[in-house]
Design a protein around this ligand. Structure first.
Ligand code: GDP
Ligand code: GDP
Length: 444
């Protein structure tokens, strides 16, 4: 199920980030305690009146220098109009109506049919409510007074936003037999070249269809009777907007595509090696529980000897410690070299991602693991695993019924995961282990 998206726009310093943080509260899409994962808070999730939606803080995306204020505000507004179902246009009660506000209003008015909710921030006290009146002049109806700092008016704002959502949540249009692929990576690593190389191959039957969100364009294709869809190829295949070449936007785009995919192709540029941003992007795929293939592109462009590939793989393993399971494919979108290895890799990891292990086999592996390496004791107490069951696929998720979930420590969890991988491999996919208390049959 694709969710509605809300974008917050407005000139700098009106309080977009403050209100954004209020809206998403603790429900950050991004788990913050993992190494190698950014704290970019420009995208989060919220639930209000039973609707879960994504929120984008366009202010978190920097476009150019400070003296290019209008250009930057314009790029933000454009991004919001392209990405969002509802736009929250934020202004500042203390500063009053400014030229830049009018500029944003003009853009939203002329170029977009997205519903707009006008939020007047920094109304810190009810007695300042009449500060909102001058903003009626912007032509977006009744302004909603909020105070991001004090948390006032956020509920009213969200009421207005949710009321403007499309009636039906859009439904993911592809069946389970279709492998949904996201091509993600920094700007210029070669994503669009790769997509074209993939689709340009013989026996691939392509058609563009509208995606689930407005303006998202997915590209379904078939090969050897198997069905795939490249998720959200709009930003990849047609380009030209200012914001599309910014790194933060590429992260945002990746996050949105990751949400809807089964398999992420994490594209790196062989000429650049592995960068921090590559790690962040891959980290999101891992956290979201998607299968991944690491694609090193531009392999034609570097000097090589017989050890280069091995050394590059080692560097990747070292940098991407959080996804040791991901296969690495070295390709050149420009020459077509080894592009034919991509879809087979996608097939393999998609299958592993959806794999079910019979309960008896699973329990055999777990009890063998426990027999050879028992859990360490923790202040005289020891973890006891009664049995295990796979409760979900995509990614494979296992519940361990134990005497006390607190006793399953990270290192033992890691050990069990390694044993499961030794037995079943699970190439390309994260797996999840969940400890749950089971004591009813254990009382003396
Ligand atoms: P952005 O650039 O639009 O994202 O704005 P920020 O969220 O970074 O806020 C800009 C400044 O306004 C910061 O100093 C905030 O503390 C301040 N601010 C944000 N919300 C409020 C508010 O409701 N009342 C007041 N008085 N200040 C606020
Ligand atoms: P995107 O921003 O990730 O979609 O990257 P593009 O596909 O637009 O490629 C960025 C640049 O890298 C372009 O100049 C491409 O011609 C170049 N490029 C893409 N793939 C390859 C490749 O396999 N080898 C070489 N040498 N250049 C490539």
């Amino acid at each position: 199920m694709a969710e509605a998206t809300v974008a917050i726009v407005g000139r700098p310093n009106v309080g977009k980030s403050t209100v954004f943080n209020r809206i998403i509260g603790q429900r950050l899409a991004i788990v913050e305690d993992r190494p190698g994962v950014t704290r970019d808070r420009l995208y989060g999730k919220a639930t209000w009146k039973g609707r879960t939606f994504s929120v984008i803080d366009t202010g978190g995306i920097q476009f150019g220098e400070d003296d290019e204020l209008l250009k930057s505000v314009r790029a933000q507004a454009e991004l919001a109009m392209d990405e969002a179902d509802v736009v929250v246009f934020m202004v500042d009660a203390k500063a009053g109506l400014t030229h830049a506000d009018r500029e944003v209003a003009e853009l939203l008015y002329r170029k977009s049919d997205r519903p707009v909710v006008l939020a007047v921030n920094k109304v810190d006290h009810p007695k300042h409510r009449d500060l909102v009146y001058e903003f009626y002049a912007l032509g977006f109806g009744e302004p909603i007074a909020v105070s991001g700092e004090h948390g006032h008016g956020i509920g009213e704002l969200l009421d207005a936003v949710v009321a403007k959502f499309p009636d039906e949540e859009p439904v993911e249009p592809y069946g389970d037999d279709v492998v949904r692929i996201a091509v993600i990576g920094r700007p210029n690593v070669g994503k669009s070249s790769l997509v074209n190389a993939l689709l340009g191959r013989q026996r691939v039957i392509v058609s563009d269809v509208a995606g689930t969100t407005r303006d998202a364009v997915d590209t379904p294709f078939e090969r050897d009777g198997k069905r795939y869809v490249l998720i959200d190829t709009a930003g990849i295949r047609k380009r030209g907007k200012i914001y599309e070449t910014t790194e933060k936007y590429s992260v945002l785009r990746a996050l949105r595509a990751i949400e809807r995919c089964d398999v992420a192709l994490v594209v790196l540029d062989a000429k650049d090696g592995v960068t921090e941003q590559d790690k962040h992007i891959a980290g999101y795929a891992e956290e979201a529980g998607r299968a991944s293939v690491i694609v090193v592109n531009k392999w034609d462009a570097i000097e090589k000897d017989d050890k280069t590939m091995q050394r590059f793989t080692e560097r990747i393993r070292d940098a991407f410690k959080f996804m040791p399971y991901a296969p690495v494919v070295f390709v050149s979108a420009a020459t077509g070299q080894r592009i034919n290895l991509l879809l087979p890799a996608v097939d393999r990891v998609a299958e592993e991602h959806a794999r079910r292990i019979p309960t008896s086999v699973l329990n055999d592996v777990i009890s063998d693991a426990v027999a050879t390496t028992p859990p360490p004791s923790d202040r005289g107490r020891r973890l006891k695993i009664k049995y295990a069951a796979q409760v979900a696929v995509k990614p494979p998720t296992f519940v361990l019924f134990v005497n006390d979930p607190e006793l399953l420590h990270f290192s033992y969890e890691r050990f069990l995961e390694n044993r499961l991988r030794a037995a079943f491999r699970f190439e390309g996919t994260p797996i999840r282990l969940i400890a749950r208390a089971k004591d009813d049959d254990d009382r003396e």
